[in-house]
Design a protein around this ligand. Structure first.
Ligand SMILES: C[S@@+](CC[C@H](N)C(=O)[O-])C[C@H]1O[C@@H](n2cnc3c(N)ncnc32)[C@H](O)[C@@H]1O
Length: 308
């Protein structure tokens, strides 16, 4: 079988994970996808077992087949990583958490769920049954103000208001059904002189919709502190982000956990102690060669912290 997704930043991840892999124990892959990173970890860290989370049952099946030869070394969990605490505990000797946020190349290229503005597919974008509203529901039923907020907040798109106006005007005649219809609408909404070379004008709108449909950011906010709590002392947490909204959450959650006292009183009353030490003062970025070989890697940012 052909796999669509090329795992990003493996060299950098290996550098941070190798020192903890020698202790064995459990590594948690929170974003299994087609299993690219999990397979590399299983091959290169023979003493490690993996617990893998994936919220999308369709891609999970692909990974399960791909990794079937590793038998009991990998346990698959079809769940959102925001629920890690329901499945894992401090007693499990967890030495690493890996997050590789967002969606897989599989979703863009083969899922048929309208993630890509290049294809003409129904506007769905749901990763699992938990998301009640599809992208089409939002596009066709949200108010102009709600659309503006989604596109501005999750897409950081300066033309959000105008795009929302175009969407609301277009849907008065007939509903917007496919990814291509939406992409063409956005193309018309953003004045041509503001189109950026090599980046489709609809990129940010599609990102915003996907984040809103799957409530992606709150899952990260919920999962990181839980993972830090579960990690064994000396264990490491690696998080790869693909846009500044994800990266900001990781940065802030790491900072919060690395801080000791939070009450700032002369005589500390919160008794807060740092729980992690941040190993990457600035996010680590992929090398030039990786970016040349894998365009998707160009926006990847890796942050790593160690449990104290
Ligand atoms: C970038 S891909 C991971 C690729 C994988 N590391 C590899 O090398 O093949 C992200 C995956 O995480 C899944 N995902 C996204 N948010 C999730 C969440 N909150 N809980 C569990 N899985 C999630 C997506 O469905 C997608 O398959």
């Amino acid at each position: 079988m052909e796999y669509s997704h090329v795992p990003v930043m493996w060299n950098e991840l290996r550098f941070f994970l190798e020192p903890v892999a020698v202790k064995g124990g459990v590594f948690v892959d929170c974003t299994l996808g087609e299993g690219g990173h999990s397979r590399l970890m299983l091959d290169e860290f023979p003493g490690v077992n993996i617990v893998a989370f994936e919220r999308d049952p369709e891609i999970l099946k692909i990974a399960q087949e791909r990794l079937s030869s590793y038998g009991g070394r990998i346990t698959f969990i079809n769940a959102n990583f925001k629920t890690v605490e329901d499945y894992l505990s401090r007693k499990m000797d967890v030495h690493a958490f890996l997050y590789d946020f967002g969606i897989s190349s599989f979703h863009f290229e083969r899922s048929g769920r309208g993630f890509s503005f290049r294809d003409d597919e129904p506007l769905d974008m749901r990763l699992d049954g938990e998301s009640k509203m599809s992208a089409g529901d939002i596009i066709n039923h949200a108010s102009e103000m709600e659309l503006t907020e989604i596109i501005a907040d999750y897409g950081q798109e300066r033309w959000a208001k105008r795009i929302a106006q175009f969407i609301c005007r277009a849907r008065r005649d007939t509903s917007i059904k496919t990814s291509r219809e939406l992409a063409e609408l956005v193309l018309r909404a953003i004045p041509a002189r503001y189109h950026v070379r090599n980046i489709h004008p609809a990129t940010r709108v599609f990102q915003a919709l996907r984040i809103a449909v799957n409530d992606e950011l709150s899952a990260i906010t919920k999962s990181l502190p839980a993972a830090i709590g579960i990690l064994a002392p000396g264990g490491r947490i690696c998080a790869i982000s693909f846009h500044s909204l994800e990266d900001r959450i990781v940065k802030n959650e790491f900072r919060r956990a690395a801080r000791g006292c939070t009450c700032r009183e002369e005589q500390c009353r919160c008794k807060g102690v740092p729980r992690i030490s941040i190993l990457t003062k600035k996010p680590v970025v992929p090398g030039e060669e990786e970016i040349r070989n894998n365009k998707r890697a160009r926006s990847a940012r890796l942050r790593v912290a160690e449990k104290l």
